[in-house]
Design a protein around this ligand. Sequence first.
Ligand code: ADP
Ligand code: MG
Length: 581
Amino acid sequence: MTQTIRRLSDTTINRIAAGEVIDRPASVVKELVENALDAGATQIRIDIARGGKSLLRVHDNGHGISEADLPLSVERHATSKLDEADIFAIAHLGFRGEALASIGSVARLTITSRTQGAEAWTLTLAGGRQQPLRPIAHPVGTTVEVRDLFYATPARLKFLGSDRAETMAITDMVRRLALSAPDIGIALHDHSTGEPRTLFDAPIETGDLIAKGHNRVARVLGRSTMEGCLHLDVAREGARLHGWIGQPQTTRATAQAQFFFVNGRNVRDKTLAGALKGAYQDLLERGQHAVAVLFLEVAPERVDVNVHPAKAEVRFREAGEIRGLLVAGIRAALAQAGHRPPEGATLTVGAPLGGASAGHPHTYQVPYSQAFLSRTPTPDTTPPTFDPTTGEVVPDPLLGRVVAYLYDAYALSHTPNGYRLINTKALQERLIYAQLLHQAASAHPDTHNLVLPVVVELTPAHTRHLEKARPTLAALGFVVEPFGGTGVLVRGLPACTAEHDPTMALTAALDALDTHPDTTTAMATGLAQCPPSTPAHPLGAAEIEALLRAAAPHPETTADWSGAPTARPLTRADLDRLFQP
Ligand code: ADP
Ligand code: MG
């Protein structure tokens, strides 16, 4: 067979490019909202259905696109924003002229727009082909509607998450965009079910610059989180860093409440994330993540935003200086509020918690108090260890020794870093959840075989769910067989729910599918929240320590269902505060 070199068609080129610019509905939202911002809009409304897969519409009141420009706007490398004489002076969010062409090649795209003093026109693109312009009624501004995203590229469609996961990613993206533009009103509505649901709504913020920023950050992070935040504004050698950072008691279990903006553009950048982590070194416990909304302004020639097609990554000319500005600025703000790293040495400890199960060894830094160091010159952190004489598990020094159990709900543990309070019920539920997900991902789920199989009568709704959910149930460790009519025979339960009543466990797993389509996580959630049937007895210290050990390798267990931490440090300062007048 002879090979010939062919020129790719525009449609094919656009589809290849689309893979770089838009990989999921959230990135389409980003491109369209950035276009609206570039067009000087003050109100932006986003409507989605089914995680943006079936519908994704962005309406703005910006300056609009003229009749003549409308066909050009969907052409590749057509942009009104780039001055070719100076491609490094980038004043707009967009400049590559790729987004609309890319979206038009993988979805049904309709752009409707009106400029001041002109009529409104609408342009439709299907499979990359333009339909003739039509006049239409529309206020000044632009509405871009994307339907059936990726219908033209089924392979990509397959890689998308569940509707719920994509909706969450879109909401996260809208929150990021909203933080960058407090002057703009922005709302997100979900039309998947009959009644539209408002997922995010931030009106135009008012007041001076700081007040506007503060109000917008509070709207995104929540008022109570905001109360634990400090304002920061520092400048050094022509670079300015400003924004809000959480005090060490205001943390999250994930890095999701960390937002970075470089010259107004939201970025995910390792230099900035690393510097933030460094600034909080010794102030946070392992597994805790700082809250931060940080804006960095640098001269455009000192940062390259064109290293990534979606412009989500940047490259700094002097990364070391930027890092220094962040670490010094954040440390200074924290120190001013009385947060200094604890006295005592900082040791580098070899093995991570959970040792073998956590896989590859990595290092992390743990601050030890002088007192602890003198007691244990060589802290052993490979848990669990056994006392050779009694055979008892020796508590891992980092997880701490449980010294009290308050209200049969909160354990107080003493660690080398201080005291911690643990919400044991939340931790137990999250551990079961983590173990179930772990099960589902493994080839051979651990099953607790019932000595006496149990017949469970199912409701019609449960029967319907069971049809589809059978493989997921098996993956979690259930052994369920048909048992005539509407009955099923439960022979086994997931090992980590061995103490559950089989009927309750199965129905809890199936009930969860009423509201959530994502079967594995939904079932695991339902099951984890179902109380065990063995009567609850107050936990003993050894049981709680075992729980802490079991949870250590599972990062999911650091936060409860609502995202609140399952464990909090209890510092001297916290106690002192209780006794203030
Ligand atoms: P870029 O934003 O990189 O220029 P796009 O493909 O996103 O590329 O958009 C192409 C052009 O279409 C833009 O340069 C702009 O002139 C026009 N455009 C797109 N969206 C809007 C909008 N919401 N309002 C006004 N003009 C728009
Ligand atoms: Mg654009």
